[in-house]
Design a binder for this molecule. Structure first.
Ligand SMILES: Nc1ncnc2c1ncn2[C@@H]1O[C@H](COP(=O)(O)OP(=O)(O)O)[C@@H](O)[C@H]1O
Ligand SMILES: [Mg+2]
Length: 240
């Protein structure tokens, strides 16, 4: 007799997790709340002044990669030319979003292993271009400060309507601050019930002290009272 597999709730959740909820469930409440963010984003970038946008948060797992990927997808749907870059070199996620192995990515390009044409990929399915993190490195600050990275962003700025940067959180490591120097503006994500209020304040203060241009804040993972939308979370957006 065949043994029934033991249910592992954690794995089941991880397996089922759809990064691109707006693609999988375009009519959901979640997808609709994204539209509001898009309008604000377009408004912020009306003169092309906020083209390179960084997404960060206080702590890990606040939904940065999820949020950024969905925004990238929806901008692509609107006919914008978008490139999404995984700059969270400590916890890269875009390889999972796009279902590819984390090979031939940004760090490989910066070290000269691969060329521009190979590092920038296109997803037919999602309708946008993307760059994954690539081979793990311990010299993260060197990577983020590399002249070649600045030049890459400059080139992408020429070629795209939006260059979206998925990045690490602010507390604990300073990666986000290095990345902010490459970006026109930052969208700060706050997941309900993850970071304590004082810590969120500290993260925002850190950004402000470093003269980072915060163009918007987003509240994610908001529990809805009636779980009738299947996803059970909400995105809201405040334009500052
Ligand atoms: N809106 C959401 N609704 C439900 N779960 C979410 C949501 N956003 C993120 N998660 C959960 O949090 C985990 C981390 O999300 P992710 O987008 O990778 O966060 P980050 O990039 O901030 O570390 C996901 O694997 C998922 O389980
Ligand atoms: Mg992430």
């Amino acid at each position: 007799m065949k043994k029934k597999p033991i249910k592992n709730l954690f794995n089941e959740r991880a397996e089922k997790y759809d990064y691109l909820v707006t693609k999988e469930q375009p009519l959901s409440y979640t997808a609709e709340s994204f539209q509001k963010v898009l309008i604000n984003l377009d408004y912020a970038n009306i003169d092309g002044n906020n083209k390179v946008i960084q997404f960060t948060s206080t702590l890990a797992s606040e939904g940065k990669s999820t949020f950024t990927s969905n925004i990238a997808y929806l901008l692509g749907q609107k006919g914008k030319k978008v490139v999404l870059i995984d700059l969270d070199l400590r916890k890269p996620k875009l390889n999972r979003v796009f279902n590819v192995t984390n090979r031939d990515g940004l760090t490989d390009y910066l070290s000269g292993k691969i060329e521009y044409d190979k590092v920038v990929r296109h997803s037919e399915e999602v309708g946008i271009d993307f760059i994954i993190a690539g081979e793990k490195t311990t010299a993260i600050v060197n990577v983020l400060e590399a002249k070649k990275l600045q030049e890459l962003i400059a080139k992408l700025r020429e070629n795209y309507d939006y260059v979206l940067l998925d990045t690490p959180p602010v507390i604990a490591v300073s990666d986000a601050l290095y990345i902010a120097k490459l970006a026109d503006g930052v969208i700060f994500i706050v997941a309900q019930g993850v970071a304590k209020k004082t810590l969120v304040k500290e993260a925002i203060k850190t950004l402000k002290n470093n003269h980072v241009n915060i163009i918007g804040t987003v509240l994610t993972q908001v529990s809805l009272k009636h779980g009738e939308y299947g996803y059970g979370y909400d995105y809201s957006y405040k334009y500052e």
